[in-house]
Each structure stands twice: as structure tokens, then as C-alpha cells.
Design a binder for this molecule. Structure first.
Ligand code: BGC
Length: 755
């Protein structure tokens, strides 16, 4: 064990030394010298004036007066050169030290050019593409004056009841880390003074995706070993990629809400990980510690500052209580100065002291926002995010002159294409599926009927329609709607039914305890199948759904998430075969809600079920299988790929060495196509219980029809490591199994050992 401890010490030291190596910026130090305590406290407040984009229940009051009084460090929910200039003018012309404001926004999956929801983008497994979408998002947002993004959201989510699973990369820390890096790079570029780059924020530290019962904002309780191995890696990856800020989460971690958790914000984040940017709270999350039960506003604000939180989003607890806490000795001036320093350093990184108007250029929006080129990338990204779940009798792709009955509540609908967390996008600019199909295949004979409401439940509609009419309950009766669809189906060669969730059925505060397609649409699907016509379900959702019933029907299923502004064009590209789908699920789809949490890297238990049939005294259910309906990594293609036996570069791998696994794959079907080759590792014996397998590598490759390619994936020394019960990052001697193939059920195996 000594050897490992030595290594750990080195790692820890690297973290510390990078912290110590952080040089103070003379300009910022000079400025701090000139600032009063009140002015320093002023910088620690992030306000939202309302009237623009609403992302929370509370909006700030008297914002202009507060800016002029030097009580504001930044704003969010404001956009456009004119408005941003007006606010910046208040700070520059009306405050003593002329400290510029920073302008934030939630640019989660595109700014005005809305890309697919992040869970969909993740399904592309294409890091270059994801980085490109982030680059475009930054270019568009900065054209509108915004220089700080509240993205990427990297919370691992293994509970699809939680609506915010839509906003991240899914269940896996390895893939999640790769995506975190790509997004930080896309937003921040190589030089933050470039006016097309912006500060990125990794959020929500930490563990927000593990809220109990999948209910938003709920408590989290988790062992350190699980945190370190399974939940923390993507945050750490963003920090290693140079992310400028960190947003805390609403939940508690080990009994202390993240916004007041010193272990999290100082010991781990700064001392161990070497983060030297600034930490912002989530929306009123400092104040929410009152409801969590940690004291009054003064107490929780002092707790947050002392824990290492630098900026208070919306809550104004810092603004209204820190001075008093200072006088009472509950916080130190050094703490206030330190928080202020970090915020000023971020502004300095953006070049705002040199030119507070760097991001304000009235000519940029028209040029940079929603350009044809950006829309082209949105279309491409959407096609790459789609997952072909089932292709019954190879009905897809459709003939370009097919006689199609296009039905379903999402078939000719602009309001639900962008998906959740697209507060800056305009739904009315999105391409509905009907329009896309007509444009891409003008020879197709397409008729359209709505067929069903997304839901017939007016109570649900009320809750979901907070940002606009997402569930629109028709004046016609459900029976009448259905009959119209059936009439068209009977006259067609094929039925395309666009079904699923409205955008706001997932996202923030949109948890569900039932994950099926709403009953109104299920009825329609059953009736369409009963016509005997081939049926293609184009399925939209912000999360894994429970679709066991639909999967068992003789239908084809194309999962398209919420595809973004180019929805219709992208769906048409795939439905007519201009692009062969290659997306792979990044969160397991359960058979039923009772299986949740479910993910590919579960552990074996001491009593693993060894057959599909029920076994008494083994770990299984009376009424459901253990396996998910659709495993992590799953997704079909219009073509077929055949994998050879894998080979390995060595059977014994010394500590510190890498090892290559190689497989040959052949495209044996009738279409060119892409495949995501996935590698899973099992550490057979170790000092803490290992997962049955974990994703540790992947490569996306394109193969022409008939083409064969050899694909090598390297396992690095770090890929063999894990955090042991002392939280040391180690690899331990013993046998390893490597599985390589098309999804997380891959059976092709090679083994090696670490002596
Ligand atoms: C969300 C954050 C978001 C913030 C600001 C909060 O409700 O949890 O993800 O960045 O609002 O809009």
C-alpha cells in the first residue's frame, strides 16, 4: 500500500502547489486597496431585474439604484447591447470606482440557435460537435452582451424522475467528464479577452442529480466513496479544463447545504482541486438555508461566506447582513476581501477593466445570431442526437415519395421543439416536423392530424404551461381527434406519429413519478397500430421514459429528445435516410419506475441473480427483471456492424503503464454509417466493491457500406484507478476484464492483470 500513498501525496501536492502558484494580479490588488468594505461587499451580489428571462420565483428590486450605490457585482436575465450598455453605464458613470458589471445568463443548449437538449447532445458521443455547439452558443450570447454563462451543468443523474436529467449528460462520470471539458473549451476558448468567449460555470456543486426520490431540490445523502468515484469526476474535469466559476447546488451534502458547506467549497474545491476562480450560489440558495434549518439570514449568509462562497445570486443576504456580521466578528474582512478579489479577477480575465464595453457592439447581433451557418450546425447536432430504438421490419428510412399520415400532438407544433432550459430561444423560430418533412421530401404525400392532446389533464397543463402553451388541450373531443388520425392512417402507406413529453414536463421543478407516454397518446398509438399500417413513433422527451408497452408493439421508434430550433429538418433528414442515425443512450431506460435508480455501473451484490427467472434469496424483483429496458450506450443504425474478437497489447500491465485494446468492425449492412465503439472495464477484485463494469473509453467511427476498420482504445493508468475507502486514488493488483462492443451489454471480452 505504501506505493499508493506516496502517489496520493504527490497528487495532493500538485493541487496545493497550483493554488499557491496562483499569482495575485497587481491591478486587482491596487483596486482592492482603494475599496471600502461596503464597496467590496457590493461586488458580491448578483441581481436579476426581471422583465427579461425569468428563471426563478424572485426578482430583484431597485436594481438601477443598487448599481449606482455600488451594491451590485453583476446582473443576469438582461440581454441585448442596448440594455446591457444602459446597465454598464450606471456602473461606470455613477459609481466611485467605476467597476464594470459582469453579465450572466443560462445558455444551456444554445443561445438563440437552440441545439438539442443536453441529454440529447450527449447521445451523439461526439465531443468535437459538442464543443462546436458551445462555441456557437458563446458567440451568439456574447453578441448580445453576455459574458458569463451558467453552463455546463454536469450533475450525474441516474433517476429519470428528476426533470433536470434533461440538462446534463446522463448517468456516467467518464462520458460526463469528457463532455464537461468540451463545453468549457467551447465557451471559454483560448483567450477570455476575445469578445466571442465567455466565462463558463460548472454546476451544480454538488450531487444535485442524486436528490431523493427524484424530487427537485430534495436532500442528498451519499457516501464519500460514491461521491468521489461516481458523482464528483465531471465537476473536477471542468475545473481541470480551466472553468472560471462554480455554482453551488440547492441540496445538502453530508447534512450541510452546498452553499454553506466549507468542506465542499474550500477543503475539496480549493485546497484539493486547486480551483482559483469564483463560486456563485444558485438562485437564492443562501437564503434557502433558512428553510433548510440553519438559522436566520444573517447566520446563513455568514455561513456561506465562511464556507467559501463568493457571490450571492439574487438573495441579497450578503448585501444586507455581511457588514453587521463583520462588526460582530462573525466574518472577517479578509474573507470579504478574498471573495471580492475572486470576482474582480474574473472581470479582469474578461478584459472588462480595460474596456467595460468590450461585449457591447450593436452590429454583432444581426451578424452573429441565428446565422444560416449556425442553424446548419443545429440541424446536424440534432440528427446526431437521435437514437434509433427499434426499426420494425426495417420500415425506416421511408421512401421519399411515400404516402404518409403524420399524426400526433408534437407533429405540427412549434412550442415544444426547443426543450427545457432554452430561456433565450424563441419557440416560434423552430421548424415543426410537418414543415421539415415537406421541405426535405417534396414528393412525399403527407397528410396531418393532431390525433391526441399531449395530455388530456387540464391540471397538468396548467403546471406545465408556465412559460407558454406547451400542452394545448384541443376544443375537439379526444374521440374526434383520434378519428381524424385514424382516417388518415387508413388512407396512407405508413404512419409517422410524433409523440411524447411537452418541453416543460422535464427540466427544473418538473419531476414525475410516472414516466410513461401520457395515456392520451398511448390510446392513439394502440389505435394506430390496430389499423395494420406500419407505424413509426418519433418520440420526444427530456428524459428516459418507460416504454415497455410501445416497444412490444410492431412499431419503429426513433428517440429525438427535444431537438431544438431545427427540429423538423433534422427529423426529416433521418426519417428519409439522408443521415443514418448513430446516437446512443447515455442514461439507462428502465422497465418500470420501481427499478430506479438504474445504471450500467451497478454493483454485483453478494447475492447476484444468475438467471432471468426469479430466484429466491437472490437479489431480484418478484415483478420486474433487474436489467433496464434499454441499456446505457444503446442505439441502432440503418446498417449493421459486426465486431471481431478484440485483442489486447499485453496481458500483464505494470503500474503506470497503458494498454491498448483493438477490435475490427465491419459495416455489413446497406448504408454508410457511424458506430460508437464502447469499452467497459471490470476490476475483478479490489478493496472496495467494484461496479460490474464501467465505461472507460469510446470512439465514434464512420464506415462506408462494406468497409472494415480497426479501432484501438487505450486504457491509461488513471483509467485503472478508483478512490479507495481512504479516498486515495489508486489502482490495485489483480485481474481486469475489458468488454468492448456496441453498448453496455457488450459481451466480447479480453482480460489482463496488474501484477
Ligand atoms: C437554476 C440554475 C440557474 C439559475 C439562474 C436556478 O434556478 O438551478 O441552474 O443557473 O437558476 O437562472
Amino acid at each position: 500500500m505504501r506505493k499508493f500513498n506516496l502517489f496520493v501525496t504527490v497528487l495532493f501536492f500538485t493541487g496545493l502547489s497550483s493554488l499557491q502558484a496562483q499569482e495575485k494580479i497587481p491591478f486587482v490588488e491596487d483596486l482592492l486597496q482603494k475599496m471600502t468594505v461596503e464597496e467590496k461587499i457590493g461586488q458580491l451580489n448578483l441581481l436579476t431585474p426581471g422583465g427579461g428571462v425569468a428563471t426563478g420565483a424572485v426578482v430583484s428590486e431597485n436594481v438601477e439604484t443598487k448599481i449606482k450605490a455600488g451594491q451590485v457585482g453583476g446582473l443576469f436575465g438582461v440581454a441585448g447591447p442596448e440594455k446591457i450598455k444602459m446597465a454598464q453605464d450606471f456602473a461606470i458613470n455613477d459609481t466611485r470606482l467605476k467597476i464594470p458589471l459582469v453579465f450572466g445568463s443560462d445558455v444551456i443548449h444554445g443561445y438563440k440557435t437552440t441545439f438539442p437538449i443536453p441529454l440529447g447532445l450527449a447521445a451523439s458521443w461526439d465531443m468535437a460537435l459538442i464543443e462546436k455547439t458551445a462555441r456557437i452558443a458563446a458567440t451568439e450570447a456574447t453578441a448580445d452582451g453576455i459574458n458569463w454563462n451558467f453552463s455546463p451543468m454536469v450533475d450525474i443523474a441516474r433517476d429519470p424522475r428528476w426533470g433536470r436529467i434533461a440538462e446534463g449528460a446522463g448517468e456516467d462520470p467518464y462520458l460526463g467528464s469528457a463532455i464537461a471539458k468540451a463545453m468549457v473549451k467551447g465557451y471559454q476558448g483560448n483567450n477570455l479577452t476575445d469578445a466571442t468567449t465567455m466565462l463558463a460555470t460548472v454546476k451544480h456543486l454538488a450531487l444535485y442529480g442524486a436528490s431523493e426520490g427524484g424530487r427537485d431540490y430534495n436532500s442528498v445523502d451519499m457516501s464519500r466513496v460514491k461521491m468521489f468515484n461516481e458523482y464528483l469526476p465531471p465537476y473536477k474535469a471542468a475545473i481541470d479544463a480551466g472553468v472560471s466559476s462554480v455554482m453551488t447546488s440547492f441540496n445538502d451534502v453530508d447534512g450541510i447545504p452546498a452553499s454553506g458547506n466549507k468542506w465542499l467549497l474550500t477543503d475539496l474545491l480549493r485546497e484539493q482541486w486547486g480551483f482559483n476562480g469564483f463560486v456563485v450560489s444558485d438562485y437564492t440558495s443562501v437564503n434557502e438555508m433558512i428553510a433548510h434549518g440553519l438559522g436566520d439570514l444573517q447566520a446563513v449568509s455568514a455561513l456561506a461566506l465562511n464556507a467559501g462562497l463568493d457571490m450571492d445570486m439574487v438573495g441579497e443576504g450578503f448585501l444586507t447582513t455581511l457588514k453587521k456580521s463583520l462588526e460582530e466578528g462573525k466574518v472577517s474582512e479578509e474573507q470579504i476581501t478574498q471573495a471580492c478579489r475572486r470576482i474582480l479577477e474574473a472581470k479582469h480575465k474578461l478584459g472588462l477593466f480595460e474596456d467595460p464595453y468590450r461585449y457591447i457592439d450593436a452590429k454583432r447581433p444581426a451578424k452573429d445570431i441565428l446565422s444560416d451557418e449556425n442553424r446548419k450546425v443545429a440541424r446536424e447536432a440534432a440528427t446526431r442526437s437521435f437514437v434509433l430504438i427499434k426499426n420494425h421490419k426495417n420500415v425506416l428510412p421511408l421512401k421519399r415519395n411515400a404516402k404518409i399520415a403524420l399524426v400526433g400532438p408534437l407533429a405540427n407544433n412549434k412550442n415544444n421543439m426547443l426543450g427545457t432550459w432554452a430561456p433565450t430561444g424563441d419557440p416560434q423560430l423552430s421548424v415543426p416536423i410537418l414543415e421539415g418533412l415537406q421541405k426535405v421530401a417534396p414528393a412525399a404525400r403527407i397528410t396531418y392530424a393532431k390525433g391526441a392532446n399531449i395530455s388530456d389533464d387540464p391540471e397538468l397543463a396548467k403546471k406545465v404551461n408556465v412559460f407558454g402553451p406547451r400542452i394545448d388541450i384541443d376544443e375537439r373531443s379526444p374521440e374526434k381527434l383520434l378519428q381524424e388520425a385514424l382516417d388518415l392512417a387508413n388512407k396512407s402507406e405508413v404512419v409517422v406519429a410524433v409523440v411524447g413529453e411537452a418541453t416543460e414536463m422535464s427540466g427544473e421543478a418538473a419531476s414525475r413519478t410516472e414516466l410513461s407516454i401520457p395515456e392520451s397518446q398511448k390510446k392513439m398509438i394502440r389505435a394506430l397500430v390496430a389499423t395494420g399500417k406500419p407505424v413509426v413513433l418519433v418520440l420526444m422527451s427530456g428524459r428516459p421514459l418507460t416504454i415497455a408497452e410501445e416497444l412490444a408493439l410492431p412499431v419503429s421508434i426513433l428517440q429525438v429528445w427535444h431537438p431544438g430550433v431545427e427540429a423538423g429538418n433534422a427529423v426529416a433528414d433521418v426519417v428519409f435516410g439522408d443521415y443514418n442515425p448513430a446516437g446512443k443512450l447515455t442514461a439507462s431506460w428502465p422497465v418500470s419506475v420501481g427499478q430506479i435508480p438504474i445504471y450500467h455501473s451497478m454493483k454485483n451484490t453478494g447475492r447476484p441473480a444468475t438467471s432471468e427467472a426469479f430466484q429466491k434469496f437472490q437479489s431480484n424483483y418478484l415483478d420486474a427483471p433487474n436489467a433496464p429496458l434499454l441499456p446505457f450506450g444503446y442505439g441502432l443504425s440503418y446498417t449493421k456492424f459486426e465486431y471481431s474478437e478484440p485483442s489486447i497489447s499485453k496481458k500483464e500491465v505494470a503500474q503506470g503503464e497503458s494498454v491498448d485494446i483493438t477490435v475490427t468492425i465491419k459495416n455489413t449492412g446497406n448504408y454508410d454509417g457511424e458506430e460508437v465503439v464502447q469499452l467497459y472495464l471490470r476490476d475483478v477484485v479490489r478493496s472496495i466493491t467494484p461496479p460490474m463494469r464501467e465505461l472507460k473509453g469510446f470512439k465514434k467511427v464512420f464506415l462506408k457500406k462494406g468497409e472494415t476498420k480497426s479501432v484501438s482504445i487505450t486504457l491509461s493508468p488513471d483509467d485503472l484507478k478508483f478512490y479507495n475507502s481512504q479516498l486515495e486514488f489508486v489502482s490495485e493488483p489483480g485481474a481486469f476484464e475489458v468488454y468492448i462492443g456496441t453498448d453496455s451489454n457488450a459481451t466480447q471480452k479480453v482480460t489482463f492483470s496488474l501484477p
